[in-house]
Design a protein around this ligand. Structure first.
Ligand SMILES: C[S@@+](CC[C@H](N)C(=O)[O-])C[C@H]1O[C@@H](n2cnc3c(N)ncnc32)[C@H](O)[C@@H]1O
Length: 240
């Protein structure tokens, strides 16, 4: 897979342009995976991006891709838990995280990363969110099992405010970013695994296809929402 989750460089760069500032000296990408967005950010900003992930093999791939693009000097990898970012990084200008914060819980990620961000610095975090109040039952059923913690955009904005951030903007990931290079690759792969000898693999393949079916039938009910947040100037946070 060329992508580990839904996303696109076009969306990443569109969201980057929503930040009313350029020139960032310390940029951290939390849960970078193989680094599609890391590379997009590093190329655009021409600044070192610190890619944090617990999976060494993903970071190895990112190292290879950055070398292929000739920007290895702009990518530094850190094999570590993103929950530990405040213990390692101080005065972060821009903390980016696509499709990954849920691993440590969106509210927990926001509260914890605030300690690493400098006053006036930014956090851009994408999170799967409900886009409508009324959602078809089959969609609810699917996500009750797959992501029971999913919240509405308003609920996530309240969490951001309560954690101490100002909300600058939101952006809903484009439909194309779910399909191109992600669902269009995942679907045939999952189909080919429906007869796999291992039950766990067959179950995973079937659940993947169900997710794609839910997306095809009801994608406007939910989406990956980028929350563009700023730590207020003058805000001080206790040492984590
Ligand atoms: C769905 S992938 C998204 C990767 C990338 N941000 C993207 O959008 O393509 C989630 C990534 O989070 C990483 N991850 C999961 N838990 C983590 C943790 N506690 N600390 C750091 N990385 C973590 C996984 O290894 C994986 O690479």
């Amino acid at each position: 897979m060329e992508k580990l989750g839904p996303g696109s460089d076009a969306d990443t760069l569109q969201v980057l342009a929503m930040i009313p500032r350029d020139g960032f000296s310390l940029v951290v990408d939390a849960g970078s995976g193989i680094g599609r967005q890391t590379l997009a950010l590093a190329s655009r900003l021409q600044t070192t991006v610190h890619a944090v992930d617990t999976a060494a093999k993903h970071l190895d791939s990112l190292g290879r891709y950055s070398a292929q693009l000739g920007i290895e000097h702009l990518v530094q990898t850190h094999c570590m838990d993103m929950a530990d970012i405040p213990a390692i990084f101080r005065d972060v200008d821009l903390l980016w995280s696509e499709c990954a914060a849920y691993h440590i819980g969106f509210p927990n990620a926001l509260a914890s990363w605030l300690h690493a961000i400098r006053p006036g610095g930014y956090a851009v975090i994408s999170e799967l969110s409900w886009l409508r109040d009324e959602v078809p039952e089959h969609v609810h059923t699917y996500f009750r099992r797959g992501y029971p913690d999913m919240r509405t955009v308003d609920e996530n904005l309240s969490i951001a405010h309560a954690a101490g951030y100002e909300v600058i903007a939101t952006h809903i990931l484009s439909r194309a970013a779910w399909i191109d290079g992600y669902y269009d690759k995942l679907e045939p792969l999952a189909r080919s695994l429906l007869d796999h000898p291992e039950q766990a693999v067959r179950t995973f393949a079937a659940q993947t296809l169900e997710g794609i079916h839910v997306f095809d039938s009801a994608a406007d009910n939910y989406g990956y929402v980028f929350y563009v947040l700023r730590k207020p100037v003058g805000e001080t946070t206790a040492v984590a």
